[in-house]
Design a protein around this ligand. Sequence first.
Ligand code: S3P
Length: 178
Amino acid sequence: MSDTRNIRNLALVGFMGVGKTTIGHLLAAQLDFRFVDTDQLIEAQAGHTIAEIFAKSGEATFRELERQVVQALKTYSNTVIATGGGLPCLGDNLAELKTHALTVCLWASPESVYERVRHQAHRPLLHTPDPLGKIRELLALREPYYRQADILVSTDTRSPRDLVSLLAYEFRSVVQKS
Ligand code: S3P
């Protein structure tokens, strides 16, 4: 790991519905870390839900709020950070996260993402007549960014419990070596 990095957090990146929040909470408990979610930080700061921000101010405003949260995260330690699905694909966000966090991409096929999100209504980008088509399109556009994470793991083939053990082990090994 490069010496320009000071790994003290773990950041989960990946598409909507891959389980960043679920895995993040379990992983934080396993590592005895705090858990934060960038969407929740934005909602607390803005005083509006993500859906309201998209509807009232547009996606560009939301992305600027994400960028600001990424800057604020630089002061964090001992934290598992779940990030919004688009966050690592814009600007320097992923590079900024990497300065202090081991970045882990949780991956899932478009079909499993669709199965997981189809009964949830809080994601404005999926309010479209063809959500599965939109998932395929966005996932293809985002894959090159997700692949830049330090670790990429499939959530289609491993249980949350297995993933948490694996990621806690990987995190501890990286921190020990640095
Ligand atoms: C988004 C993902 C959402 C949220 C917003 C935009 C995206 O977070 O940040 O609706 O661009 O993929 P989750 O990945 O936690 O659903």
